[in-house]
Design a protein around this ligand. Structure first.
Ligand code: UDP
Ligand code: MG
Length: 317
């Protein structure tokens, strides 16, 4: 029998864990005569009772594996660890706040059985705030325009990946992880399934604006060198502008010597403008250099404090 692993990153989800577990168990019940099921919960340094609840569930259900991180590493790393510990022939990644409806996973599995290696869930509609929707839209539009890869629109990390893709993913050791980009970069046979994204069931988002912003930057810097190219383009632009300015000054001086050019406003503005542009561009360089630095340090992606799994199921990792 083939095994299907579900991965749930958990950050302060105590209010969602009971319903999540209940729903997922109910939805996947019919699968049990065709597949072995495994549920990998990765506790990403939650500060509420999540870990106790997970351990409680694990004690009664041998198909549950709980990976307990030493601290909070962030959603993308939690999912990465889930993939590392999952044994499945297919791995399903989804959020733990029931925004990704568990029943949709059945459709993902159907497509997988048809021969697809990656089946991502495409949001036909989403119930997030106006702000989140518009910023997400703008971000994916920009990424689509400048990035070197083609990330399907309106997809998150809710998806199924085949074991082969999971093994490929393990060879991507980068620290600043943008999984949906990496999966799309890997290739294989990919397809999408439409679904309506629900609201978060309970609790608060673990992705406040600051985290969203740095996640967006990871996406950019990892998959595009467009900002670097923009530096030299801007440089050329400024050079052309100053040439035009010089030409103008020269013409006035030679042909209309009686004209007085009041230049100080212009000078001050251009000093600030050029200074500003240079600082922004230094920031762009800093963005890449900072990432190079974390890669070179080559630290482990995460530290696990304990793994709870039933005897007999040797979780790898
Ligand atoms: N999450 C995590 N670590 C974090 C933040 C979030 O593992 O540092 C998990 C969270 O428990 C949830 C998923 O990632 O299962 C998506 O997070 P959330 O629902 O808070 O994000 P949103 O849906 O608001 O973008
Ligand atoms: Mg959510």
């Amino acid at each position: 029998m083939k095994t299907i692993s579900y991965i749930f990153p958990i950050y302060n989800e105590a209010k969602n864990i009971p319903l999540l577990y209940e729903t997922v168990s109910a939805v996947t019940q019919p699968l049990r005569d065709r597949y072995n099921l495994q549920f990998v919960f990765v506790n990403d340094g939650s500060r509420d009772e999540s870990i106790d609840m997970l351990r409680g569930i694990q004690a009664t259900d041998p198909s549950v594996v709980v990976v307990d991180f030493a601290r909070n590493y962030g959603h993308q790393i939690a999912v990465t660890a889930g993939i590392d510990y999952a044994d499945g022939d297919a791995i399903i990644i989804m959020d733990s706040d029931l925004q990704d409806p568990p029943r949709v996973s059945l459709e993902l599995i159907e497509k997988w059985e048809e021969g697809f290696d990656v089946v991502y869930a495409v949001r036909a509609s989403r119930k997030d705030s106006f702000f989140k929707r518009t910023t997400a839209h703008a971000f994916y539009w920009l990424l689509h325009t400048v990035a070197d890869i083609d990330i399907p629109r309106n997809t998150g990390d809710f998806r199924l990946i085949d074991r082969r893709v999971a093994e490929e993913l393990k060879r991507y050791t980068e620290r600043n992880r943008f999984l949906r980009g990496m999966v799309s970069n890997i290739g294989f046979k990919q397809t999408g399934v439409l679904f309506d994204r629900d609201e978060r069931n309970a609790g608060e988002t673990g992705y406040p604006f600051k985290k969203m912003w740095s996640f967006a930057l990871d996406g950019f810097f990892s998959f595009s060198s467009a900002p670097l190219k923009a530096i030299s383009r801007l440089g050329y632009g400024m050079a052309v502008l100053s040439l035009l300015g010089a030409l103008y000054a020269f013409t006035v001086r030679v042909f209309f010597p009686e004209t007085v050019i009041e230049g100080w406003t212009f000078i001050v503005i251009s000093v600030f403008l050029v200074g500003g542009i240079q600082l922004i561009m230094l920031g762009v360089l800093g963005g890449y250099i900072g990432r190079i630095y974390t890669e070179v340090q080559n630290r482990p992606l995460y530290s696990v404090q304990s793994v709870y799994a039933s005897a007999g199921r040797r979780a790898n990792g």
